[in-house]
Design a protein around this ligand. Structure first.
Ligand code: GLN
Ligand code: ZN
Length: 764
């Protein structure tokens, strides 16, 4: 029998129950017990619905209240000392690590967060040092296994693999110089043993052990560590299913196929071509092969014919009992269910499969490969064939104007008229910014009132006119606030935007939207990615009205604010029938027109955010050039259509620039802002090393946490930055936009920021 399996399920609840419960707990409106109960309800619903859909191997232990890597750190006692001894309950220590805590006399910043592989999910980075003492504080996999079993549902527990856990972590600040987290592997293995032995004793037949770092180039360095880990764990564990996802194993398959595990999972959505090589490597062994045929990353219906062909190939080579059909990765990157979407047309709905629909697909494909005679299976296969054919039909309707415009892009469209040094002077004459200009990344708090107004507009309880009046008032407040506290380069605050990608998608041709298609970005922050379904173009200006209005209120310069083409692409669900390059260039042309229109309307600075540029970078270095060869030009197409006088800004939400630095330089933005408050100064040394000469605003405080940075703290950051970077290059700004923050902390933080910049002007 070919079994079916899901590697992980969205943890947010069908109606964002987890967000609601977690945030209510933070606001002291829900007790810890009530939070546990809310979580249990969501887990139960997920397990039950997977079972109903016929999935054989249902995951447990993949649930989380904030982040599954953070859960793992807490469980293994990888808790930095600064969170301990403060009288916090384990749950509050956990949340303090995730989001910082500032209450009573406790004041600790959050741990660093990083993007999870090439996705828009963020994980909390584990911190290791020679003082790390692993112990099992709790066994989440075991607890959830039992929780499901009590409901009559047998699950396959999910655990992050030991090598991946260490490889994703970093050396703590107080670790000895040169300390390598991987050196802790022997101690860590013994705690894994405890965890796995307990699962075995509880009756778990197999355990899914996630080692996604196996799809990275760096994994080959850990061949020995993998061998050692699994040689020790396999004999005491339930059957181990080693999972890899988001990419291909490449030559790593040679040592992976020799590991003493029971099964190997590969991602055939991202890397379908690896199948032959992997089959060849596992054939002589006893390994079961789990085929990730149903995408955990996109929302398109699986083409059953294509999937069955790959599945059949594996069945022929290995036999039915050695093949499992699975999601390519956890389904955490997809929305829970299509069922509640009633604004999509029937035609559109028929193109998609969200997590629950994917679960059904997996179970059908497995049944079909098993040779099931159930007429329902044959019906489902036939229905899929019809759906896929209809979508292919739709895809033939391309927009000739857009396609021709992309084909006619010329190299001169990518370059500004003059070099930065010339532009800088012209811009400074217009903008008249002081030394160490202060600015923000764009958004100001998206308050409950703003969200309510938008909800009322959508329900028809507020007219378009009333809504716009409301937004004008918000913009005016934000402008007056910035003037009052003395910021130099102002923004309008983005109150009219539900989301930095969705807002643009809604105004562009080629996108559709869900009502409930939420996916987790980090912690309790979820996003609702738009879906690109056809060629993209801009029917009318998108932001000119609001930016002009904001500029009309003030004599200070107003920065226009756009989301860049690469980010719109990466944070949407892209179409699967044409290349990402084509989609990105279509977006770039639409944005180019917008930037030009902003300049025509009198706006003197425009920021084009590209926080997702880096996360879109392929996981394997060999694939980078192919990506950068269209991603960088796309940004340049969007920003280079203007005169030298327009100051272009870009923003990046991350700090590992080491390996992509030349690309950032090549963007030639006049000013870039980057995340820097939580990383050490290594980042700025990279800028120095490459002689970066355009202007730069390394964030001076972390906005992911409600904590208010003191003026002293910001001064120290500035002083450290100025010890590395030339003073004439420096802008002073927070790490990122302020939309998730409250007003009180925003005001207090920005006042400290402005004062610190004033101090710097006098001191440097
Ligand atoms: N302009 C956006 C904002 O301020 C940028 C956010 C981001 O880069 N993630 O919200
Ligand atoms: Zn950002």
């Amino acid at each position: 029998m070919v079994l079916s399996s899901v590697l992980g399920f969205p943890r947010i609840g069908a109606n964002r129950e987890v967000k609601k419960a977690v945030e209510a707990y933070w606001a002291n409106k829900l007790s810890a017990d009530e939070l546990t109960k809310a979580a249990a309800d969501v887990k139960k619903a997920s397990w039950t619905s997977l079972k109903e859909r016929g999935v054989d191997l249902i995951p447990s232990g993949d649930f989380t209240l904030y982040d599954h890597v953070l859960d793992h750190s807490a469980a293994f006692n990888v808790i930095p000392k600064r969170y301990l001894g403060k009288g916090l309950s384990p749950l509050d220590v956990y949340f303090a690590m995730g989001r910082g805590r500032q209450a009573g006399d406790v004041d600790v910043p959050a741990c660093e967060m990083k993007k999870w592989f090439d996705s828009n999910y963020h994980f909390v980075v584990p911190e290791f040092s020679e003082e790390t003492e692993f112990k099992l504080n709790f066994n989440k996999a075991l607890e959830e296994y039992r929780e499901a079993k009590d409901l009559g549902i047998i699950t396959r527990p999910v655990v992050i693999g030991a090598v991946t856990f260490l490889a994703l972590g970093k050396a703590a600040k107080d670790a000895r110089p040169g300390f390598q987290p991987m050196s802790l592997l022997p101690q860590l293995i013994s705690v894994y043993k405890q965890l796995l032995v307990a699962l075995k004793e509880a009756g778990a037949e197999s355990v899914q052990i996630d080692e996604p770092i196996l799809v990275l180039d760096s994994a080959s360095l850990y061949e020995k560590q993998f061998a050692q880990t699994y040689a020790e764990l396999a004999p005491v564990s339930p059957k181990l299913v080693l999972t890899t996802y988001y990419g291909r194993l490449d030559s790593n398959v040679n040592f992976v196929a020799k590991l003493p595990v029971a099964a190997l999972h590969i991602d055939l959505d991202r890397a379908p071509t690896q199948l032959d090589e992997v089959i060849a490597a596992v054939k002589p062994t006893n390994l079961v092969l789990s085929l990730g045929l149903v995408s955990g990353r996109n929302i398109w219906k699986t083409d059953f014919q294509a999937a069955l062909k790959l599945g059949q190939k594996a069945v022929e080579a290995l036999g039915k009992d050695r093949v499992i059909i699975a999601s390519s990765s956890s389904l955490l990157h997809t929305p829970v269910s299509l069922a509640a979407e009633n604004k999509l047309t029937a035609e559109q709905k028929d193109w998609f499969a969200f997590a629950l629909e994917k679960a059904s697909e997996i179970s059908i494909i497995a049944s079909a490969l098993s040779g099931s005679q159930d007429p329902k299976v044959a019906e489902a296969v036939e229905a899929n064939r019809v759906s896929i054919a209809k979508r292919r039909e739709f895809e033939r309707n391309s927009d000739a104007t857009v396609r021709n415009r992309v084909a006619a892009i010329t190299p001169d469209m990518l370059e500004r008229k003059s070099p930065f040094a010339v532009r800088k002077e012209i811009q400074q004459k217009q903008l008249q910014l002081p030394k160490f200009p202060t600015t923000t990344i764009g958004s100001f708090p998206q308050t409950k009132e703003i969200r309510q107004a938008r909800a009322k507009l959508n329900k028809g309880e507020l007219s378009q006119e009333e809504y716009e009046k409301f937004i004008e008032k918000e913009i005016e407040n934000v402008v007056r606030f910035q003037e009052r506290i003395g910021l130099d380069l102002l923004v309008h605050g983005e109150p009219e935007r539900n989301d930095m990608v969705q807002y643009f998608g809604e105004q562009l041709e080629g996108f559709v939207f869900t009502q409930n298609g939420w996916v987790q970005s980090y912690g309790s922050r979820y996003v609702r990615p738009p879906i690109i379904v056809s060629d993209v173009s801009r029917p009318t200006p998108m932001t000119v009205h609001w930016s002009s209005y904001a500029q009309s209120l003030t004599s200070k310069p107003m920065k226009g604010m756009l989301t860049g083409p690469v980010t719109i692409l990466n944070w949407s669900f892209p179409r699967a029938d044409v290349s990402r390059e084509l989609q990105c260039k279509q977006l770039a042309l639409a944005l180019r027109d917008e930037v030009i229109d902003l300049e025509k309307a009198g706006i003197k600075a425009v920021q084009v955010d590209e926080p997702a540029l880096r996360e879109g970078l392929p996981l394997r270095k060999a694939d980078w050039d192919a990506y950068l060869s269209w991603a960088l030009p796309s940004f340049k197409i969007a920003t280079a259509g203007v005169t030298d006088a327009l100051q272009t800004h870009s923003h990046f939400c991350y700090s590992d620039f080491d390996d992509i630095f030349p690309s950032i330089q090549a963007l030639d933005a006049d000013v870039i802002s980057i995340e820097a408050s939580k990383s050490d100064m290594k980042l700025l040394n990279t800028f120095k090393h490459y002689g970066y000469s355009n202007q730069i605003g390394p964030g001076v405080y972390d906005i992911h946490s409600p904590r208010v940075p003191s003026e002293e703290e910001i001064k120290e950051r500035l002083a450290a930055m100025l010890s590395i970077l030339p003073s004439e290059l420096l802008f002073v700004n927070p790490d990122c936009g302020l939309k998730t923050r409250g007003w009180a902390e925003t005001e207090a933080s920005l006042i400290n920021l402005v004062n610190a910049a004033r101090w710097a002007r006098q001191t440097y």
